[in-house]
Ligand binder design. Structure first.
Ligand code: SAM
Ligand code: SF4
Length: 357
């Protein structure tokens, strides 16, 4: 019941609660010092994007890595294979915009031969070109980023006028039967008034709308006051639909979202509350950037270089192990609201577009 959930939960309390259960699944390489087993690898395929979402892409743009320091398709597959050997069973492709990569279909096909399920995070602009490739690769899970259902607002948020194409493509992936989640980053004064409209979309559509709290990264002018919190979302939802119609759903293990549905609706909705209510205690994610750096946390500025090792013909396993051992309990050590909410503490981290969300 959302009305009973406080604005912030002390992260350290959460860690104690769930660590014991996660300890049971250990395989040594991908287990961190807190017993968390990392079976979920997120690979950024590219730093470039065809949108300019203001919460993600710094206004001044980003310094792109030279092409020679980006992973080739072969290098991506080689690194992914090592992770799968050690227990990764889910791989998400992200970016930048992953579908901008010219060899996307080939990377997808090669990864589909590994023993891991595949997922994709995309802004949807180009997805109509890849429907058959995605099906052939048995990729079913698509996170489709869409922050507004209004064309003008889309232009303001993404700085590009691709709304029509993106809406058509959203309908397409739903029609084609992909397991679709819509990622909407909530921005105070910009799209928070669309929370109810998005949830109403789930009445007839079998999608999961995930409201994401705006997170701080280098160059995105984050400010706590621009974040729409989990509690604020639930207040609006309860006020509109009535508390008895809002049902709390069971979250999947390691889920970053708190899931709900409206009684009688086909789809569901969720809130990802990284800022006000972190979920680090059950974190199973590890990230690989497009230039081959391993990141143990979204908020950490420490990276381990896998690509140089691969190119030198060295084993990446000791490097992976080091990355896992260095992982902090909560949000890269920014474990109190005071340290996390200080935007200065995020300036040495990459911008989101160069991490791969
Ligand atoms: N271009 C693809 C897309 O937009 O889906 C994949 C990359 S994008 C960086 C991945 C996800 O990160 C998107 O759902 C986006 O909304 C989210 N994201 C980016 N910046 C964010 C921020 N500052 N706070 C919260 N989520 C953010
Ligand atoms: Fe591009 Fe995705 Fe970032 Fe938007 S959120 S700028 S679509 S990478």
């Amino acid at each position: 019941n959302g009305s009973r959930i406080s604005d912030r939960i002390t992260p350290s309390r959460c860690i104690k609660r769930k660590t014991a259960r996660l300890m049971k699944q250990t395989t040594p390489l991908l287990v961190d010092s807190f017993g968390r087993f990392h079976n979920y690898l997120r690979i950024s395929l590219i730093e470039k994007c065809n949108l300019r979402c203001t919460y993600c892409m710094p206004r001044e743009g980003i310094q792109l890595s030279p092409k020679s320091s980006l992973m080739s398709a072969e290098e991506i597959v080689e690194i992914a294979k090592t992770f799968v050997i050690h227990g990764v069973d889910k791989i998400r492709l992200t970016g930048g915009e992953p579908l901008l990569r010219k060899d996307f279909a080939s990377i997808l096909a090669q990864l589909s031969t590994l023993k891991a399920s595949l997922a994709l995070t995309t802004n949807g602009v180009l997805i109509d070109r890849y429907i058959d490739d995605l099906k052939r690769a048995r990729l079913q899970k698509i996170n489709f980023s869409l922050d507004t259902l209004d064309a003008d607002k889309f232009n303001t948020i993404t700085l590009r006028s691709q709304f029509k194409k993106v809406r058509e493509n959203l309908d397409l992936v739903i029609r084609e039967g992909f397991e679709t989640k819509i990622n909407a980053v909530l921005l105070k004064g910009e799209n928070e008034d669309e929370i109810i409209r998005f949830i109403e979309f789930t009445e007839k559509h079998n999608v999961n709308i995930r409201f994401i709290e705006f997170m701080p990264f280098q160059g995105n002018s984050w400010d706590q006051s621009k974040t729409v919190s989990y509690t604020e979302v639930m207040k609006r939802v309860h006020a509109h639909f009535g508390i008895e119609k809002v049902l709390r759903l069971e979250d999947a293990p390691n889920d970053t979202a708190k899931n709900y549905c409206i009684k009688g609706f086909t789809g569901s909705f969720a809130v990802i509350s990284t800022v006000t209510n972190p979920f680090c205690d059950s974190c199973n994610r590890i990230r690989l950037t497009a230039n081959g750096k391993l990141r143990n946390c979204l908020f950490s500025d420490k990276e381990q270089d896998l690509l140089t090792a691969i190119r030198a013909g060295e084993s990446i396993e000791p490097i992976v192990q080091r990355a896992l051992k260095l992982k902090k309990a909560v949000r890269a050590g920014l474990d109190s609201p005071e340290t996390f909410d200080n935007y200065h503490n995020h300036q040495t981290n990459r911008s989101m577009i160069k991490i791969g969300g």
